[in-house]
Write a protein that binds this ligand. Structure first.
Ligand code: SF4
Length: 736
């Protein structure tokens, strides 16, 4: 701000924070990052950034940066040369495998890892060591979106792109406080509202900044979104708004899949397999969800249910649905994803400019890294471990014996940390993530990590509650201190070049993984050079896509423009998948072709409403909901070190409805105790401030490691995706 451009060298990168993936220009001068501005050439943000984006490089000035490796000796951390620390990590990992077998070691990575970092982690664990004990933190935020896509379409990731915003007449936000969580996309929507009169409908459990800017705010009781979505489908059918030709040509109807499994076609472990039903049976099922019946379950009026349904049903209105954690962090997250797809499929409002269901991501590379290069336990790059063809392809590209890649998924995130506690996992390495703040019911997992039975390695940029329990802390390079690639919510892969040297012995995560792999005797499999490993790894990853129509753009393309959307075919990004007008992979001469499914048809699922696993009662009469605020990103390990953001939002708080506050004689700023069956915490009250929850509900942001609300949440999860539900459990509220 206020700096002359004179000697500043501006270089493009995607933003370090959220999944919107805004383009930033980072200004460097004399080897230091000195300024940030929005990249006007970025089609994502067109030069605009949010408050986090503008201030991102200021975290590099934090005094407590991890600059050297630290090894715990007799309870004290001792600064250790990085090469020595990597020797120790490799020898401990090797020793653990020799003594206890390869399934006694695990890695836990992140949607903030770059694409090459995620790829080498996958190759290291699955191809070199031969264990599927690799999962990533996107399990906590995106897994239900993945299983939703797979069950409905047989292919993961949104089919549309951000350009939909420029064409839509109506935006329906499902439990999605976009004004704070995806602010730049929200600004783009507001621009369309102001310019063209596009409507914003906010469907949520609390009044937020999003509701205040929306044309219509509709509040519902937690968990009852399942019922409301079904009521919308009921209305669409009752009023004859079904796009019959689309449904007849491109959809089938299913029920089932209500038990355990990883949500993969070839790995269902469900008691009730998918069962085909017909339209008549589906229509009959919806009779339990008339607006009148659903009003009683949800608190949403008949009028408001009809209001939402009418927009979807109007053939002259283009509608985009957006959602993120409100739907995904749900014990029926997969079902809720399916239900939004049902609405769009019944009306044929899908994968055309301005029409479509669009699940957003929270991390900068939740799509590119977590979902695409094999960092989930059940995934391989562009494939799944349960599929022989996919394992054979990975074995060929990685040049490892086919038999080495195990065919069964192992631990998903929360289960992985339970296995640490049970003593099954004796070595764990976390990279770019902070599970001891982000896991649900966090306190359950801390003792296991503190036990001597498990050797804990943490790679990070700053100290966190997770690094506090590590045996070895490895100093990671930050974003612009290395080259990399991220994949954002609209399937856009973006590359950036290293801009500044990191302090001390900070090292890119991919290179640390490679160095450990070499020390363990896998050097042949990791023949990359330190200078060019990002390019070499990305080019190797592209081999997984050779010869298909879902390819990734060559690196030169990603370098010379603000990224490219995959599938990248014949030198072009595919902006709308499954639509033959835009997607060359549609091969059956139809207007739409859902080629992820063997019959090319998307599935409309019969998904009932069911109550939440823990509901308020006399002892714990409130709902507890958790989430984010605009100033802080995730567990706050970076944004809390940015002085201007920390000053704006120094600590967590509990939002109460004014009537509840009055009844309990709580004023804004008073200390309040929250008590759940898992623990208790004291924090200041927020009354009539930024957000207002519905009566008998409280909201707490989770960014504050000193007021760790995740200690109190429930760790039950969607049985299909294994994604935990942070959005609802029962809590008691007391004035202190
Ligand atoms: Fe960064 Fe997200 Fe803000 Fe864009 S909206 S500047 S990607 S934090």
């Amino acid at each position: 701000k206020g700096l002359p451009d004179g000697d500043i060298n501006w270089t493009k990168a995607p933003c370090r924070f959220c999944g919107v993936g805004c383009g930033v220009l980072v200004g460097t001068e004399n080897g230091k990052a000195v300024a940030v501005k929005g990249d006007p050439k970025s089609t994502v943000n067109k030069g605009l950034l949010c408050v986090k984006g503008y201030h991102q490089i200021m975290c590099l000035q934090a005094k407590d940066r991890l600059t050297h490796a630290l090894v715990k000796k007799n309870g004290t951390y001792v600064q250790t040369p990085i090469q020595e620390a990597l020797d120790l990590v490799a020898s401990k990992m090797k020793e653990t495998i020799e003594k206890h077998g390869k399934d006694a070691v695990a890695m836990y990575t992140s949607g903030q890892s770059t694409i090459p970092e995620g790829y080498v982690a996958s190759k290291f664990m699955k191809g070199a060591i031969g264990t599927n004990n690799l999962d990533c933190n996107a399990r906590l935020c995106m897994a239900s979106a993945v299983t939703g896509f797979l069950t409905s379409f047989g292919a993961d990731e949104p089919m549309g792109c951000y350009e939909d915003i420029d064409h839509a007449d109506v935006f329906v936000l499902w439990g999605n406080n976009m004004a704070e969580m995806h602010p730049v996309l929200f600004s783009r929507m507001l621009e369309q509202k102001n310019r063209r009169g596009a409507k914003i409908i906010d469907f949520a459990t609390r009044t937020t900044r999003t509701s205040m800017a929306a044309d219509k705010s509709i509040l519902f009781k937690p968990q009852s979104d399942l019922a409301v979505a079904n009521a919308i489908c009921y209305e669409i059918i009752k009023n004859g708004w079904v796009n019959t030709s689309f449904v007849e040509k491109h959809c089938s109807f299913n029920k089932g899949l209500t038990n355990m499994g990883y949500g993969l076609e070839d790995n269902y472990k469900f008691k009730d397999k998918p069962e085909k039903i017909d339209f008549k049976a589906y229509k009959k099922f919806l009779e339990d969800y008339t607006p009148e019946k659903v009003e009683k379950i949800s608190g949403v009026s008949v009028k408001d249910i009809k209001y939402m349904a009418a927009y979807f049903g109007d053939p002259n209105k283009k509608v985009v649905s957006y959602w993120c954690m409100g739907i995904n962090q749900h014990t029926r997250g997969t079902w809720m994803n399916n239900l939004v797809y049902n609405i769009h499929l019944l009306t044929g409002k899908i994968s055309q400019p301005g029409n479509g269901p669009f699940s957003l991501t929270g991390q900068p590379s939740a799509c590119g890294t977590a979902r695409e290069v094999g960092t989930f336990t059940h995934k391989l790059p562009k494939g799944v471990v349960t599929n022989e063809k996919h394992r054979r392809l990975a074995a060929k590209i990685w040049k490892v014996p086919y038999e080495r890649i195990p065919s069964k998924p192992t631990y998903h995130a929360t289960e992985m940390f339970r296995a640490v506690d049970r003593g099954e996992i004796k070595f764990i390495w976390t990279q770019v993530t902070n599970p001891l703040v982000s896991l649900p019911k966090t306190s359950r997992y801390r003792p296991g990590m503190e036990k001597d039975s498990c050797f804990v390695v943490v790679s990070d940029v700053f100290p966190t509650p997770t690094s506090d329990v590590a045996d070895v802390i490895l100093p990671a390079s930050w974003h612009i201190e290395k080259s990399g690639l991220y994949g954002n919510s609209e399937r856009r892969t973006q590359h950036w070049d290293k801009m500044v040297e990191g302090p001390g012995e900070t090292t890119p995560d991919a290179w640390m993984t490679i160095e450990v792999a070499k020390r363990m005797g896998f050097g042949d499999l990791f023949p990359y050079s330190e200078e060019n490993h990002v390019e070499e790894i990305y080019n190797e990853y592209r081999q997984f896509h050779e010869g298909d129509k879902h390819g990734m753009a060559p690196l030169e393309v990603l370098k010379s423009q603000p990224g490219a959307i995959w599938p990248y075919v014949n030198g072009k990004s595919t902006q709308w998948r499954f639509n033959a007008k835009y997607d060359p992979a549609c091969s059956n001469n139809e207007d739409f072709h859902f080629y992820g499914k063997p019959d090319g048809r998307a599935v409309i699922w019969q998904r009932p409403y069911e109550p939440a696993p823990e509901e308020p009662d006399n002892e714990y009469p409130f709902w507890l909901n958790t989430g984010r605020v605009i100033e802080h990103w995730h567990t706050g390990s970076m944004t809390r070190r940015i002085p201007v953001l920390h000053k704006a939002m120094p600590n967590a708080y509990v939002e109460l409805h004014p009537k509840d506050a009055e009844r309990l004689q709580i004023k804004n700023g008073d200390k309040v105790k929250l008590i759940t069956r898992r623990g208790e915490i004291i924090m200041p009250a927020s009354v009539n401030q930024r957000g207002i929850p519905t009566p008998l509900q409280v909201f707490v942001p989770f960014f504050d490691e000193n007021m760790l609300i995740n200690d109190l949440t429930l760790d039950s999860f969607c049985p299909i995706s294994k994604e935990p539900d942070y959005k609802k459990c029962a809590v008691r509220v007391e004035k202190v």
